[in-house]
Structure formats: C-alpha cells, structure tokens
Design a protein around this ligand. Structure first.
Ligand code: SF4
Ligand code: SF4
Length: 350
C-alpha cells in the first residue's frame, strides 16, 4: 500500500496517535543536534534531521527497567512479571536504525524469547524515513549494508521534494507490514501516487545511491575472515592505550544489547524488584564473574571483543551484521578510536 502524504498529514497522524493513547517519539532538534524524544505535537518532529545522537534502542530496551517484583512469604516466594507499557509510534527512523531494530528483534525473539522486549515491539509502530546520503563523515553504512532497510519498520517515507537538510513537504509512504497498512488506512490521509510521484521517488533513490560511497577498502563480507587472522594483532594493544573504558561507544550503539540483572530489595528484604540495566563490554568489570575473576581485565581484550562482536560473532549467530555503520561510536569516542580505521588497518596488516 502506497500513499503520497504531506508533512502536515504526517504531523496529523502523530497527533491522532497521541489522542488515542500512543506515545509518539521522533527526532527533536536541541541546539545543533537531534535526539529521539517523546513529543506533544506532531509538528515538533524534525524529519529532516541528519542523525540522532542516541538510537531509538532505549524505547524498546530501556536503560533500566523492572522485569518483576517479588515478595518473600514464610512459605513461598511470589513473583509478578512486569511487561507492557504505553504503545509507541516512533516516527523518523533512518534505515541504519531500522536494520538495528531488525537485529534486536532477531536477538530477543530467538532462544528463550524476551517477553519484555517483545511486548514493547508488538505495541509499537515504526515509521522510517529514507536518507539523502550519509548523515556525516563518520557513517559507513554503505559498507555494512545499513543504508537500505527491508525490515525493522512498518512504513517507509521517501521524500519527494526538499533535499539534504531541507524539510520535504511531500513523501511517498509505503507500508511494509499490516500495522503500517492499518496506520495509513485508519488515518485516511494522502492520495494514491501518480506516475510523477513514482518517478520522483525513483529519482530520489538513484541520487541517494550515488551519494553513498564505500569507505572500507574491501567488501564487508570479508570482515570475519580479516578478524580471524587478526586475533593476535598488536593493533588491539596499541589502539587500546588511548581507550578510557568509558563505555560511550556501547551507550550510543543501536546494536548493543548486553544487560545486567540485579535484585533491589526493600528495607525489610521481604519484597523487592528485579531490575535489568544496560551493560557495556568496554567497561572494566563487564566480564567479572562470581569469585572476582575478570576474563577481560585489559582494555585491549575488551576492545577486541567489541570489534569481533560487531564484525564477526553476531553475524555468525544471527546471520546479520552486528554493525550497521551508523558512525555513532566514532562520534562519541573522546579518544578518537574509530571502527572504520580499525577495520581498515586490520586489512592492511600482513
Ligand atoms: S568510547 Fe572510546 S574511549 Fe570510551 S570505551 Fe569506547 S573506545 Fe574506549
Ligand atoms: S559499532 Fe559503531 S558504527 Fe557500528 S552500529 Fe554500533 S555505533 Fe554504529
């Protein structure tokens, strides 16, 4: 199902979603930067954003959440799971982040399904907006296949006018799921695309494809093989000398999903909450286990672990790249440690 919709109609869809009880989240400009935030008016959504500092991950996997509450009686322990929340409409998600959402869906939907994550995803609608080109010089989404999305969204918006950094007034809205079709049909907005609209969408895609350039000197499929032969490279130690183990790269990454779980008892210790919080593999104690042993005490082993996860191990587990090339980790790193540089230097090593 395809409709041509105006920016005002998209704002009206957001307003209607709020009226019917959904939280609407999207890119909001704060000085020179954009952040995903809940809005109170559809008109506040800045769909012409370059990139959001953080990804939409926290709306599906909060940085801290109660997963159950418990009480300890004399004969039994009672536990009540806490799932659900306000249904979401997330409007303005770029293809890289859609690919990251698709990865999180695969991770939390496989093995023992994660009811907390899945309940949030089931109640959410994701409206993606396509990019004119790379959002800045750190993005290498073209290499990682993150610049085009086939999953992780319900409706894709293709701008029909405007340009990079210029708000479009009209979009081609293509529903990718039943939820997406329902969203467009329920709101009764827009009109069927004319041939001129389809041509404009095609021109946009051609220009977009020309704008995305490769940054790696090889195809990303080779990355697992390159990493395999680089496990003992000196690069890990040399690069990690600059690393502060601050975890900022984990914090901003749309595909990081590691968490820790702890019990928070009340003062009587007769009841409490089990809380899940984000964890980060670059933090010093990430791999510390009971008894105090740390499997990755050096920052070099933690850096290597992150890069292997993103470039090899997640792909082997899930069949999808663990990195979508959004460039957020490079932007966030005060030590200027760059994933693209690491991937490039490893390939140059003999
Ligand atoms: S953001 Fe940079 S300095 Fe901080 S942990 Fe990551 S690589 Fe190290
Ligand atoms: S590793 Fe860096 S570039 Fe890759 S998805 Fe995470 S933040 Fe983006």
């Amino acid at each position: 199902m395809e409709r041509v919709v105006t920016a005002n109609e998209l704002a009206a869809i957001a307003d209607e979603a709020m009226r019917t009880g959904r939280t609407v989240v999207g890119p909001v400009r704060r000085k020179e930067r954009y952040f995903y935030e809940a809005v109170s008016r559809g008109a506040d959504l800045a769909l012409d954003f370059n990139y959001c500092v953080y990804s939409p991950r926290s709306f599906f996997l909060p940085s801290s959440e109660t997963v159950l509450s418990y009480s300890i009686g004399t004969k039994e322990v009672k536990a009540a799971p806490a799932t659900g929340g306000t249904p979401l409409l997330i409007m303005g998600v770029h293809p890289c982040d859609c690919n990251a959402v698709a990865l999180l869906d695969a991770v939390f939907g496989s093995g023992v399904p994660d009811d907390h994550y899945l309940a949030r995803r089931k109640d959410s609608i994701v409206v993606a907006v396509d990019c004119h080109g790379p959002c800045d010089q750190t993005a290498f989404c073209r290499d990682m296949g993150g610049n085009e999305a086939k999953e992780g969204f319900d409706v894709m918006l293709t701008p029909l006018n405007g340009g990079k950094g210029q708000a479009a007034e009209r979009y081609l809205a293509a529903a990718a799921t039943e939820r997406g079709k329902e969203l467009l049909a329920y709101n009764k907005v827009g009109k069927a695309p004319a041939n001129a609209d389809k041509d404009a969408a095609e021109k946009f895609r051609e220009a977009r494809n020309a704008n995305f350039k490769k940054k790696l000197p090889y195809e990303a499929e080779k990355l697992p093989e390159i990493l395999d032969r680089s496990y003992n490279s000196l690069l890990w130690q040399v690069t990690a000398k600059r690393c502060y183990s601050c975890g900022s790269c984990n914090l901003v990454c749309p595909t990081c999903y590691c968490f820790t779980v702890k019990d928070v008892p009340d003062l009587s210790c007769a009841s409490g909450r089990r809380v899940r919080e984000w964890d980060g593999c670059q933090l010093q104690d990430f791999a510390t286990v009971a008894g105090g042993h740390n499997f990755r005490p050096e920052s070099s082993s933690r850096l290597r672990h992150r890069i292997f996860r993103k470039g090899k191990w997640i792909k082997e587990q899930q069949g999808r790249m663990g990195c979508v090339g959004c460039g957020r980790c490079d932007r966030a790193c005060t030590a200027k440690i760059s994933v693209v540089e690491i991937y490039t230097q490893l390939a140059e090593e003999r």
